[in-house]
Design a protein around this ligand. Structure first.
Ligand code: ADP
Ligand code: MG
Ligand code: ZN
Length: 599
C-alpha cells in the first residue's frame, strides 16, 4: 500500500474529530454565558416600578435587554405595542438607556446556527473526499481483494492433479511473469487476460492460484460477486482500487473469480436496471485497456458460463484466451485422490484406483469433499484410520448431495452414455468422408454427458455434400447405438438431432444440395432484432415450396440415419467392445480405439 493512501484516511479522521470537539466547545461556551431570561412586558414594567432595573438596551425599537438588580439576572422582553409611557417611565427612574440596531440579531443567528454550519461543511468535505478515486475514507469502498503471497498458502502446479493441457497453456503466462524482459526484448505480445472455463469444482480457482505460485508473484483475488453491491458506484471503485493496487505490485496476477457475476452481457433482458453491474463492467473494460505492454500484470478470470459473458470482455487485448479446465477422467481422479489422501491417515486396504473407478462424474471439489467426509466419519466412529467403509459412506453422502444438481450419473445412464458415444465414435472409422476421431469420452462436458470429438484433417471453410451427409450420420450414431442395444433412446440425443436437422435444413435452403429443389437460397438470415442470439428466418417462398423443402430435409435425415444404422449393425461387436472399454477407461484416444478394434 502506498503512503498517500495511508495518510488520507487518518487526516480525514483527525479533521472530523477536531470538528466535533469545536462544535462541542462552542455549544458549551454558548450555554455557559449568563442566561438571558425572556420575560413578559408587564413583568418588566413591574421590575421598573420597583426600581430594580438600572440600565437597558433597546434593540430595533422593539426589544429591551437589561439586568435585574439583586441577582435577578439578565432579561429580555418584547415591546408589544407602541407604549408612549415607556420613555417617560425610564427617564423617571433614571435608567441608563442605550440603543442598538439589528446587528445583534445577525450575530445571534450565526451563534445559533454555527454548530450546524460547521457540521454541514464537514459532512460535505468528508463525502467529497470519499468519492475521489483511490480514497479509503469510507470503509465500504475499500478493496476486498485477497492477496496470497506467503509460503503457507502457496499452491503450485503440483497441487493440481491432471489438467495437462491447461497447465501447458498456462506455462507461457508463468514464464512471462518470471522474466518479462525476455519477452519484451523480443517485442512479443503476451496475453493480458486468460479466461479459465470449466464446470464448478474442476479446480479453476486452484489453477489460478497455482499460476501465481509457480511464477512466485502476488495474487489479487476477487470474486465477481464482490463487485456487485447495493450501492451504485461501489463496484466500479473497487475495480479501480484493485487495478491500482496491482499496478503497484507488478509483476502480479489479478484473478477475478466468477466473472459472469459482473461480466454478463450488458443490456441483456428487458428493462435494464443493472446500473451497478454495468458500471462495474465498464470500469473493468476501461482498466483492462489501460494496461500498456510494459506492465506485467496478468488478468486471470474464471467462469462456468462463458456463453453469457459480454462479448466486449472477450475482444483482443482483454480475455482473448480461453483455457478449458476439464472434468477429470478416471486417471485424473486417481491423481486427485492421491493428492488429497496424503493429508489423512489411511487404512492399508485402501485402493486408490478403485476409489477413482467408483466416482464417475465427480469433480475435483467433490472428491476433496468426499475425502473430508470420510475423515469425519472415521473420527465419529473412533476409527484409527480412514477405512473403506468410511469412504463408501462419504461417497453416498456426496452423491446424494449432488444428485439434485444433475451431475450424478446412475450406472444405467452411464452405460447408455458409453454406447451412445461409442456409436458416434465408431462411425468416424466407417464413413468415407468423416474427419478422423480425436478422442471419445464419457466424462461430462457442460450439458453433455459425453463427447466424441473429431479432428479435421485440415482447416476448411467449405464442405462437400458428402462430408455434411456423413456428419449428419455421425449425429445419428448415438441415437442408433442406443436403439440397437437398449431398444429405446434417451433425451441425450436432443442436441444431436438438433444439429442434424439444422445441417439438413441448411443443405436444402442455403447450400442448394437437395435434389428436386435446385440451387436456390430460401429465406435469409436476419440479424437479431433485440439481443437474443437466435437468428430469425424470413420466409420468402410459397407454401408449396415449403412442403418441398420439408420433404427434402426429411429425405436427407432419413437416408443419413439409415446409413448410420446399417454401419453400426454391421459392426455391432466392435461397438460393444468399444462401449465396454469406455466404461472402463472413460476416455479413449484415436490410437487406443484403433488398437482395441484392430483397425
Ligand atoms: P472451481 O473454482 O473450478 O469451482 P476450485 O478451484 O474451487 O474449483 O476447487 C475446489 C477444490 O477442489 C480445490 O480447492 C481442491 O481442493 C479440489 N480440486 C479441484 N480440482 C482439483 C485438481 N485437479 N487437483 C487437486 N485438487 C483439486
Ligand atoms: Mg472457484
Ligand atoms: Zn450424442
Amino acid at each position: 500500500m502506498g503512503d498517500k493512501n495511508e495518510v488520507k484516511p487518518n487526516r480525514m479522521g483527525l479533521f472530523f474529530v477536531i470538528g466535533i470537539i469545536a462544535i462541542a466547545g462552542f455549544v458549551y461556551w454558548n450555554n455557559s454565558r449568563p442566561q438571558i431570561q425572556v420575560i413578559p412586558y408587564s413583568s418588566f414594567q413591574a421590575y421598573l416600578e420597583r426600581n430594580e432595573v438600572n440600565a437597558v438596551k433597546i434593540i430595533n425599537n422593539n426589544i429591551i435587554e437589561g439586568t435585574i438588580q439583586n441577582g435577578g439576572g439578565r432579561f429580555r422582553t418584547l415591546i408589544p405595542y407602541n407604549d408612549p409611557t415607556l420613555l417617560p417611565a425610564l427617564e423617571e427612574k433614571k435608567v441608563n438607556i442605550s440603543g442598538q440596531i439589528s446587528g445583534g440579531g445577525f450575530w445571534g443567528l450565526v451563534r445559533e446556527w454555527l454548530p450546524w454550519i460547521i457540521f454541514i461543511i464537514l459532512f460535505v468535505v468528508f463525502n467529497r473526499q470519499a468519492q475521489l478515486p483511490q480514497s479509503r475514507a469510507m470503509q465500504f469502498t475499500k478493496n476486498k481483494a485477497k492477496r496470497f503471497q506467503n509460503d503457507a498458502e502457496k499452491v503450485t502446479f503440483e497441487d493440481v492433479a491432471g489438467q495437462k493441457d491447461a497447465k501447458y497453456e498456462l506455462e507461457e503466462v508463468v514464464s512471462f511473469l518470471k522474466d518479462p524482459e525476455k519477452y519484451q526484448k523480443m517485442g512479443a505480445k503476451i496475453p493480458k487476460g486468460v479466461l479459465l472455463v470449466g464446470m464448478p469444482g474442476t479446480g479453476k480457482t486452484l489453477m489460478a492460484r497455482a499460476v501465481a505460485g509457480e511464477a512466485d508473484v502476488p495474487f489479487f483475488h476477487m470474486s465477481g460477486s464482490d463487485f456487485v453491491e447495493l450501492f451504485v458506484g461501489v463496484g466500479a471503485s473497487r475495480v479501480r482500487d484493485l487495478f491500482t493496487e496491482a499496478r503497484k505490485n507488478a509483476p502480479c496476477i489479478i484473478f477475478i473469480d466468477e466473472l459472469d457475476a459482473v461480466g454478463r452481457s450488458r443490456g441483456a433482458g428487458l428493462g435494464g436496471g443493472h446500473d451497478e453491474r454495468e458500471q462495474t463492467l465498464n470500469q473493468l473494460l476501461v482498466e483492462m485497456d489501460g494496461f500498456d505492454q510494459k506492465e506485467t500484470v496478468i488478468m486471470l478470470a474464471a467462469t462456468n458460463r462463458p456463453d453469457v459473458l459480454d462479448p466486449a470482455l472477450l475482444r483482443p487485448g482483454r480475455f482473448d484466451r480461453q483455457v478449458t479446465i476439464a472434468m477429470p477422467d478416471i486417471k485424473e481422479r486417481e491423481a486427485i485422490f492421491k493428492i488429497h489422501l496424503e493429508k489423512i491417515p489411511l487404512a492399508d486396504e485402501i485402493d486408490v484406483e478403485k476409489l477413482a473407478r467408483a466416482t464417475p462424474g465427480m469433480s475435483g471439489a467433490q472428491i476433496a469433499n468426499m475425502i473430508n467426509e470420510a475423515a469425519l466419519y472415521a473420527a465419529r466412529y473412533n476409527h484409527e484410520k480412514v477405512s473403506e467403509t468410511d469412504f463408501d459412506e462419504a461417497r453416498d453422502k456426496v452423491i446424494m448431495g449432488v444428485a439434485r444438481k444433475t451431475l450424478v450419473i446412475s450406472s444405467k445412464e452411464r452405460r447408455m452414455t458409453a454406447y451412445h458415444e461409442a456409436g458416434h465414435a465408431l462411425l468416424h472409422y466407417y464413413l468415407k468422408h468423416a474427419d478422423p476421431l480425436h478422442k471419445v469420452t464419457i466424462v461430462p462436458h457442460g450439458q453433455a454427458l459425453g463427447m466424441a470429438m473429431s479432428l479435421p484433417e485440415e482447416d476448411s471453410y467449405s464442405r462437400t455434400r458428402g462430408w455434411i451427409e456423413d456428419r449428419i450420420a455421425i449425429c445419428y450414431g448415438g441415437w442408433a447405438a442406443e436403439k440397437l442395444f437398449f431398444d429405446e433412446t434417451t433425451t441425450g440425443t436432443k442436441a444431436d438431432l438438433e444439429q442434424a436437422s439444422e445441417m439438413a435444413r441448411r443443405m436444402v435452403c442455403e447450400w442448394g444440395m437437395a435434389e428436386g429443389i435446385g440451387p436456390v437460397s430460401y429465406g435469409e438470415d436476419e440479424a437479431p432484432i433485440f439481443l437474443g442470439r437466435e437468428i430469425a428466418r424470413h420466409k420468402n417462398y410459397s407454401e408449396d415450396t415449403a412442403q418441398k423443402i420439408d420433404k427434402a430435409v426429411i429425405d436427407i435425415l432419413e437416408s443419413s440415419r439409415k446409413h448410420a444404422e446399417t454401419i453400426l449393425h454391421e459392426h455391432k461387436t466392435g461397438l460393444e467392445k468399444l462401449a465396454e472399454a469406455l466404461l472402463e477407461k472413460e476416455t479413449m484416444t484415436d490410437a487406443e480405439v484403433r488398437e482395441l478394434l484392430g483397425i
